[in-house]
Design a protein around this ligand. Structure first.
Ligand code: C2E
Ligand code: MG
Ligand code: MG
Ligand code: MG
Length: 280
């Protein structure tokens, strides 16, 4: 039995598990210092009107480049930041940086910032957002916070109360990755979202023309319209996908066709019309 061998059991019997745990440990230590070491930065991806290609806003996306680990993808380090309780401080940095940058854009251009469920556990979250807005001078209606359906899992009354406080500040809320999470829709009637973002897994199949994806997108658009919400199609990569989400009535689109996540300088040029969006 492995147990009898003492200390080295993971080395001997579960080398893969051990490597992953060790990788996570190394990454967590590095992540703790990433912010103060200046290893974090934001990329901005345009969100455009599906009919005109006009830039309506940008989504701020966190990037981490570590000298040893290289570019760590957010899908890897964000869950780690959540588990290690680092997402609060990192998220505040993201918000402040994004709002400060957006204050340089024309007044009709919004910034969207992703917020993890864990951040909404903080009783002072709305207060923090409010002081970041005051400090950066960004009007609340130009800030959109993106949350996922997971916020409504397991009846999280506190998180929902925080969303209400945010709405009271005049901030917009959008529902990210819609269709991939929790399936009860009752929360839609209790929290006022401005936009539903249709997950790219539904858009992705669009070029293959699957009737299922068409039906799902059509239904989400109808649901959004009847609740007075707008829709954004995520992950639009080609003209076929654009044509299809347009035909189905998605008001906004986001994806590589219109622009990859870009640095602040390029985003500022695009926002002020000094650079054209790829497909505009
Ligand atoms: P998300 O919020 O759904 O962000 C959209 C993701 O789709 C981004 O990946 C973006 O680069 C990618 N994307 C956009 N257009 C296309 C396309 O046409 N094709 C494909 N294949 N992908 C496209 P990214 O930047 O790797 O971010 C992944 C996820 O990490 C985000 O998903 C979000 O959940 C999370 N995330 C990123 N930044 C933050 C942050 O500051 N805070 C929190 N809490 N989460 C963040
Ligand atoms: Mg998002
Ligand atoms: Mg998304
Ligand atoms: Mg996502």
């Amino acid at each position: 039995r492995a147990k009898d061998l003492g200390g080295g059991i993971f080395h001997t019997y579960e080398p893969q598990l051990h490597v992953e745990a060790e990788e996570r440990r190394v990454m967590e230590i590095a992540l703790r210092r990433a912010q103060s070491n200046g290893e974090l930065h934001l990329a901005y991806q345009p969100v455009v009107a599906s009919e005109t290609g006009a830039v309506e806003g940008f989504e701020a996306l966190l990037r981490w480049t570590n000298p040893q680990l290289g570019n760590v993808p957010p899908d890897k380090f964000i869950p780690l930041a959540e588990q290690a309780r680092l997402i609060g401080t990192i998220g505040e940095w993201v918000l402040r940086t994004a709002c400060r940058e957006a204050a340089h854009w024309p007044p009709h251009v919004r910034v969207a910032v992703n917020v993890s469920f864990e951040q909404l556990h903080n009783r002072n979250f709305a207060k923090m957002v409010s002081s970041v807005l005051a400090e950066t001078g960004l009007p609340p209606q130009r800030l959109e916070l993106e949350v996922t359906e997971s916020v409504f899992m397991n009846e999280a009354p506190h998180a929902i109360a925080v969303l209400k406080e945010l709405l009271a500040l005049g901030i917009k809320l959008s529902l990210d990755d819609f269709g991939t999470g929790y399936s009860s829709l009752s929360y839609l009637s209790r929290t006022k979202f401005s936009t539903i973002k249709i997950d790219r897994s539904f858009v992705r199949g669009a070029s293959n023309n699957t009737p299922e994806n068409v039906a799902i997108i059509r239904a989400v658009v109808a649901l959004a319209e009847s609740l007075d919400m707008s829709t954004t199609a995520e992950g639009v990569e080609n003209e076929d996908e654009l044509a299809m989400v347009r035909r189905l009535g998605c008001r906004k689109v986001q994806g590589y066709l219109f622009g990859r996540p870009m640095n602040a300088t390029d985003a500022r040029a695009l926002a002020t019309g000094k650079m054209r969006s790829a497909a505009a």
